[in-house]
Write a protein that binds this ligand. Structure first.
Ligand SMILES: Cc1cc2nc3c(=O)[nH]c(=O)nc-3n(C[C@H](O)[C@H](O)[C@H](O)COP(=O)(O)OP(=O)(O)OC[C@H]3O[C@@H](n4cnc5c(N)ncnc54)[C@H](O)[C@@H]3O)c2cc1C
Length: 526
């Protein structure tokens, strides 16, 4: 077990004064730096120090140090977003050790205030025990932390119904570049540095209105770029900019969410989709029948799941996709009636449908761990899952054509791939397995990324519906936005973070050659 003094002895001189004033810990050991140099993305960026801030004063000290030495500060939750958003060349601030409390649940107002490092699993466990829920995350991937949920504008298979995490936020506490902590919420007038930010951003957004209106994403869940489409006067505008900003504008320390009564019962109908074109038909019917979750997976996913976990994932032979439509309720009988009515309205015999009636199975199927585990099992962990295409999003009418184009391209590659997605929002997630020992590994990933995003652009879609841009998608933001819009994003960043110390190079400002230099790969076999 490491003690604080063990770690202090290994602190490089640059950090020694900072280490002395921190209440939390600083760790510069090579083992820790290597561990924090990766976040499941294909890239390795070694930090210089990992800091576990104990309180806001610690964060203030870190930012003061960072401003003095122009050192990047990257905030990190579980480090599991796989997009290169949680890695950086300077200081990593790990929020999970001390920012880990559920602060307050207000049963009159139906809100909960939570520290940024609380994991979604533990938040849901607590909420359900009190008979409350945050339904957006109940039906989604629950592996991350509260801070990352907000910082990546999390979406789930229920976003088409419940909105993204943005719609559930009542307030955010954030530390800005100067080290000041501010609470942002309705009815709170910005002050100090935050007021300065507000007074600079508002006229900028008003002036750039025509540019922004022309580039507004067509889909609700798209988190690419900064969320600058709300020009209404008030604090909500500042919250909007922080949601999905990936730690590039400020460090979130706590969040207040709106919560609702928990619906304990859930039934998922599994529909074999024999033709892409039927996807939009089934999705429309599901929405009409008040479904709260729609998820899909393809034949590749089905085959691997059936091979390794035959009892977990419903399998339909010879069907390109399976659609999982979830209904929830407080009353079991009413729920079964709703599900029955829904099933009878489908243009497919009930005889072909399957059912999942436990929550754990649905959560497992929709989780990123399960998807990646399947790839690992199949290749004995020899191939690298590349998930740069896991945040694609289009409108529902474009979904079938998008899938056809993507499949044509993916099949031409001859690599194993799996497609899943929060289909109710038009979200598509592709994970393709590449060989990191291949001589052309870096070029292969680059041309794969460009080709995928070209197809998405052709369908007027977005590239970051989950996980944010991070490093992996940062060089490709021009596939989603015009140069004029990218310039507005840059100006927003400059207002919030003029010295560019807050997670620089994430969202935009990274080149493909930087990515290639930091590609994580085993030694080549000669
Ligand atoms: C196949 C697959 C499927 C997935 N499905 C979904 C899905 O359906 N919905 C979904 O939302 N996500 C999904 N994810 C993504 C993942 O679960 C989320 O990105 C999750 O939020 C990561 O949490 P984390 O704590 O590990 O974040 P980290 O990797 O630690 O951080 C993610 C980003 O948030 C920033 N950040 C973290 N904490 C803070 C803070 N306190 N202040 C400011 N910035 C901060 C980091 O700097 C980084 O840029 C999926 C991922 C994969 C690979």
């Amino acid at each position: 077990m490491k003690t604080a003094s063990d770690l202090l002895t290994r602190i490089p001189p640059l950090f020694s004064d900072l280490a002395k004033i921190l209440a939390g810990e600083i760790d510069c050991t090579s083992l820790t730096l290597s561990r924090y140099g990766n976040d499941g993305s294909p890239y390795l960026v070694m930090p210089q120090a990992v800091i576990f801030p104990k309180n806001v004063t610690d964060i203030k000290h870190v930012l003061s140090f960072a401003r003095e030495y122009k050192m990047p500060v990257t905030t990190r939750g579980q480090g599991a977003s796989r997009s290169g958003g949680a890695i950086g060349e300077g200081i990593i601030l790990d929020m999970t050790r001390y920012f880990s409390q559920i602060r307050n649940i207000n049963m009159m107002e139906n809100t909960i205030t939570v520290d940024t490092g609380v994991t979604l699993n533990s938040l849901l466990e607590k909420l359900h025990a009190w008979n409350y829920d945050l339904p957006l995350i109940s039906l989604g991937d629950t592996s991350g932390t509260v801070g990352a949920l907000v910082a990546t504008k999390s979406a789930s298979c229920s976003s088409f119904h419940h909105g993204t995490i943005r719609e559930w936020i009542e307030g955010v506490t954030v530390v800005v570049d100067t080290g000041e902590e501010h609470h942002i919420g309705d009815g709170i007038t910005p002050s100090g540095r935050l007021l300065g930010i507000y007074q600079s951003v508002f006229p900028l957004l008003a002036k750039e209105g025509p540019v922004l209106r022309a580039s507004k994403p067509l889909t609700h869940d798209d988190a690419s770029g900064y969320n600058v489409w709300n020009t209404s006067i008030g604090p909500r505008q500042l919250i909007d900019q922080l949601v999905g900003s990936e730690g590039t504008l400020g460090i979130i320390t706590s969040v207040t969410f709106r919560i609702t009564p928990h619906k304990p019962h859930q039934v998922t109908t599994c529909i074999p989709v024999t033709d892409h074109k039927l996807l939009s038909v089934y999705i429309d019917i599901a929405k009409h029948h008040k479904s709260e979750g729609i998820f899909m997976y393809d034949q590749g996913f089905m085959q691997l799941a059936d091979k390794y976990y035959p009892t977990v994932v419903p399998y339909f032979p010879d069907t390109p996709y399976t659609l999982l439509v979830t209904h929830t309720g407080t009353d079991k009988e009413k729920l079964h009636h709703t599900v029955l009515t829904f099933r009878r309205s489908l243009p497919i015999s009930e005889h072909f449908l399957k059912t999942i009636d436990d929550k754990a199975t649905l959560s497992r199927i929709a989780s990123n761990e399960f998807l990646l585990l399947l790839g690992d099992m199949y290749t004995n962990s020899t191939l690298a899952p590349i998930s740069v295409g896991d945040g694609i999003i289009v409108t529902i009418p474009q979904l079938s054509s998008l899938l056809t184009s993507l499949e044509n391209y993916l099949n031409s590659l001859g690599k194993l791939y799996m497609i899943t997605g929060n289909a109710g929002s038009g979200h598509v997630s592709i994970v393709t397995l590449f060989d990191p020992r291949s001589r052309s590994y870096d070029d292969d990933i680059l041309s794969y990324t460009k080709q995928i995003f070209t197809i998405v652009k052709h369908h007027n879609g977005g590239i970051s519906a989950i996980n944010g841009e991070g490093l992996t998608r940062a060089p490709f933001l021009s596939y989603a936005y015009s140069d004029a819009t990218l310039l507005v994003f840059k100006k927003i960043k400059d207002v919030w973070d003029p010295l560019s110390i807050l997670n620089p190079g994430k969202k935009f400002g990274t080149t493909t050659s930087y990515l290639q230099q930091h590609l994580l790969r085993p030694k080549r076999e000669i």
